[in-house]
Design a protein around this ligand. Structure first.
Ligand code: HEC
Ligand code: HEC
Ligand code: HEC
Length: 491
C-alpha cells in the first residue's frame, strides 16, 4: 500500500496494514477512549536502569532522509563526550544529572547555561545517538527548529520545534515534562503521535533524558512556528492516541541476539532505547505494532527494505563485529555503503558514536558469540548468465570495475556486497532502478551519485543483471524474474 505518491520520497514508511483495517481499528480505539478515561495511560515506575526492550507500532515512522547536515559544530565534541557517555547505562542513572534536572526548570530564555557543561556535552552526544535531528532539524532550518516533513500512509507529520524558544519550542517545559514526552508520549498540552518514537525512547534512563534536556535548553532558541500535521480523518483525532498507547505501548520486544557482556548490554541500550533501530528493522503486525516474534528480522519500508539484522542473517552476508563498527562509524565497509533511510542514520547519528559505543552496538547485533561470517563460493558458475554479464560490463563496470571490486572514491565493491548477498533481491533491484544520490561520508570520503537505470534498462535486462550479480558476487541463486522487477518499478 505504498502508493505512487510515496515514490518520490525515501522518507515514507510502507505499511502492510490496509487503510480500512486501520480505520476500523482507529475508530475502535476512539470508542475505547470514550469508555475509559485518562487513567488509561500506563504509568509504569520510573526505571533506574534501562528496562527490557519495549516497542510498539509507529503508524508512520519515518525518517526524513533529507535531514541533511546535522547542527553545525559537528565534529569536535564527540570525542570529549566519549568518556562519560560510553559508560554502562546502569551507572548513568545514578549520575548527578537526575538532580540537576530540577534546577533546569526553564524560568528564563537561557536556563541551560545553568547546567554544567559536561552535562550539556553528554546531552549532545546522547541526542546524536538517539538521532533527534533526523526529524527535528530540517535541511535548510536552524538546529532543532522543526519543520521536517515525515510522510506516512496517514498523511504528513512535521517534526516540531524543540529549541528553548518559549512560544514555539519547549522553552517553557520542565525536565519532568520532557521526560514524560520521551517516556509516555504525553506533552503538557497534548498526547503525542507515535511518529515521535517514544515507543523506543521509553527505555531511556531518566538521567539520559535530563542530559538531552539540558543540551536542548542550551541550543539557540529559534522563533519558528510549528507546522500543522497534514493528516486525514480519522488519524487527525489526536486523542485516539491514548487508546493506541494503552494497547501497544506496553509491548516488549525480545532481543535478536544472545549476550550478557558489558558491551552487549550497552549495545542493547544504544540500539533499543537510543538508536530506535527496531522501528525500521523489525517487521510489523496487523495493527502496525512491532512483531515480537521477529526482532530486527527486517522490514520493507516504502521502497528500500531495512534488512534482517539477526546474527545469522548478518553473518550470512559476511558481517563481522569489526566491519559493522566501520560501517556505523564511516558509512562504508567492505560489505558496501549506507544508503536510503540508513544513510541519515549514519550521517546524523552513528558516525558520532565513540569507538567503545560502536563496538558495543556491533556486539549487540551479532551477540557475545558471533557466528562466523559466511565465505563466498570460490568458483560461482556464471556460464548461463552471459547476457547479464555483458550488461554489467557495458553499464556498471565503469564505476564498479570489471571484476566487481569497485573503485576507491568512485564506487563500492559488488563482490561480497551485502545488498547483493541478500536473499531478497528487492534492494538490489531498487538500487538499479533508482540509483543512489551523491553522499558525503565522515572524513573526506565522498562518493559520486549512481544514476538510476529505470529508463535505460528493461525489466528483463534488470533481472538478467541482478541474477548475474547475485550468482557471481553474492553467493545467491539466480532466481529473479522480470515480474519482480515490474512490481518494484510500479511501487
Ligand atoms: C522519527 C522521527 C522523530 C525522531 C527520531 C524524534 N522525534 Fe520528537 N517528534 C517527532 C514528531 C513527528 C513530533 C510531533 C508529534 C505530535 O505532534 O504528536 C515530535 C514531538 C516531539 C516533542 C514534543 C514537542 C511539542 O512541541 O509538543 C518533543 C519534546 C520531542 N519530539 C523531542 C525529541 C527528542 C528529544 C528526540 C531525540 C531523543 C526526538 N524527539 C526524536 C518525530 C521524531
Ligand atoms: C557513475 C558510477 C556508477 C555506475 C555507472 C553504477 N554505479 Fe552502482 N554505485 C555507485 C556508487 C557511487 C555507489 C555508492 C553510493 C553511495 O553510497 O554514496 C553505488 C552503489 C550501488 C549499489 C548499492 C550497494 C552499496 O553498498 O552501496 C548497488 C547494488 C549498485 N551500485 C549496483 C550497480 C549496478 C548493477 C550498476 C549497473 C546497472 C551500477 N551500480 C552502476 C556508482 C555507480
Ligand atoms: C529510518 C529507518 C532506519 C533506521 C532508524 C535504522 N536503519 Fe539500518 N537500514 C535501513 C535501511 C533502509 C537499510 C538498507 C540500506 C543500506 O544497506 O544501507 C539499512 C541497513 C542497515 C545495515 C546494513 C545491512 C546490510 O547487510 O547491508 C545495518 C548493519 C543497519 N542498517 C543497522 C542499523 C542499526 C544498528 C540501527 C540503529 C542504530 C539502524 N540500522 C537504524 C533503515 C534504517
Amino acid at each position: 500500500m505504498t502508493g505512487t505518491t510515496m515514490h518520490s520520497t525515501r522518507a515514507s514508511r510502507g505499511s502492510r496494514v490496509s487503510r480500512w483495517g486501520l480505520r476500523v481499528a482507529c475508530l475502535a480505539t476512539v470508542l475505547l477512549v470514550t469508555a475509559c478515561n485518562d487513567s488509561n495511560t500506563p504509568k509504569p515506575p520510573e526505571p533506574t536502569q534501562p528496562p527490557k526492550p519495549k516497542t510498539s507500532m509507529i503508524p508512520s515512522l519515518v525518517t526524513n532522509a533529507m535531514a541533511a547536515d546535522a547542527p553545525a559544530a559537528a565534529s569536535a565534541p564527540a570525542a570529549s563526550a566519549a568518556t562519560s557517555a560510553a559508560s554502562a547505562p546502569a551507572a548513568s542513572a545514578s549520575e548527578p544529572a537526575a538532580k540537576a534536572s530540577s534546577a533546569t526548570v526553564a524560568p528564563t530564555s537561557a536556563p541551560a547555561s545553568q547546567a554544567p557543561s559536561e552535562l550539556i556535552t553528554r546531552g549532545k552526544y546522547l541526542a546524536r545517538a538517539a538521532d533527534c535531528a533526523a526529524c527535528h532539524t530540517s535541511a535548510d532550518g536552524a538546529p532543532f527548529a522543526g519543520g521536517v516533513p515525515l510522510k506516512s500512509p496517514f498523511g504528513t507529520f512535521y517534526g516540531t520545534n524543540i529549541t528553548p524558544d518559549k512560544t514555539n519550542g519547549i522553552g517553557g517545559w520542565t525536565a519532568d515534562e520532557f521526560y514524560r514526552a520521551l517516556h509516555d508520549g504525553v506533552a503538557p498540552d497534548k498526547v503525542l503521535y507515535p511518529a515521535m518514537p517514544y515507543t523506543s525512547y521509553r527505555q531511556m534512563t531518566r538521567a539520559d533524558s535530563d542530559a538531552i534536556y539540558a543540551y536542548l535548553m542550551s541550543v539557540k532558541p529559534a522563533a519558528v512556528p510549528n507546522r500543522k500535521h497534514d493528516l486525514s480523518f480519522p488519524y487527525n483525532m489526536r486523542f485516539a492516541m491514548r487508546a493506541w498507547d494503552w494497547m501497544f505501548l506496553k509491548d516488549t520486544l525480545p532481543d535478536a541476539s544472545k549476550g550478557q557482556s558489558a558491551d552487549w548490554l550497552r549495545g542493547r541500550y544504544l540500539a533499543n532505547a537510543l538508536g530506535h533501530c527496531a522501528e525500521c528493522h523489525t517487521p510489523r503486525g496487523t495493527f502496525g505494532q512491532l512483531d515480537k516474534a521477529k526482532p530486527l528480522g527486517g522490514a520493507a519500508l516504502a521502497r528500500i527494505a531495512a534488512p534482517d539484522l539477526t546474527p545469522d542473517a548478518l553473518a550470512a552476508r559476511g558481517w563481522t563485529v569489526k566491519d559493522l563498527q566501520t560501517f556505523f562509524g564511516t558509512g562504508i565497509a567492505p560489505q558496501g555503503s549506507a544508503f536510503g533511510e540508513m544513510y541519515p542514520v549514519v550521517h546524523l547519528s552513528t558516525q558520532y558514536l565513540t569507538g567503545d559505543d560502536l563496538r558495543a552496538l556491533s556486539t549487540y547485533l551479532l551477540g557475545d558469540a558471533p557466528p562466523a561470517p559466511k565465505p563466498l563460493p570460490e568458483h560461482p558458475d556464471t556460464s548461463k548468465l552471459m547476457a547479464g554479464r555483458n550488461l554489467y560490463l557495458a553499464v556498471c563496470a565503469g564505476c564498479h570495475a570489471a571484476d566487481g571490486t569497485g573503485k576507491p572514491h568512485v564506487a563500492v565493491s559488488m563482490l561480497g556486497n551485502s545488498t547483493v548477498r541478500q536473499k531478497d533481491p528487492r534492494n538490489l533491484i531498487v538500487t538499479i532502478l533508482d540509483g543512489v544520490e551523491a553522499q558525503k561520508f565522515p572524513g573526506l570520503e565522498a562518493m559520486q551519485d549512481m544514476p538510476g537505470f529505470d529508463r535505460r534498462l528493461t525489466d528483463a535486462q534488470i533481472s538478467e543483471l541482478s541474477n548475474y550479480l547475485r550468482v557471481a558476487y553474492g553467493g545467491q541463486a539466480g532466481d529473479v524474474n522480470s515480474e519482480i522487477v515490474k512490481q518494484l518499478r510500479q511501487k
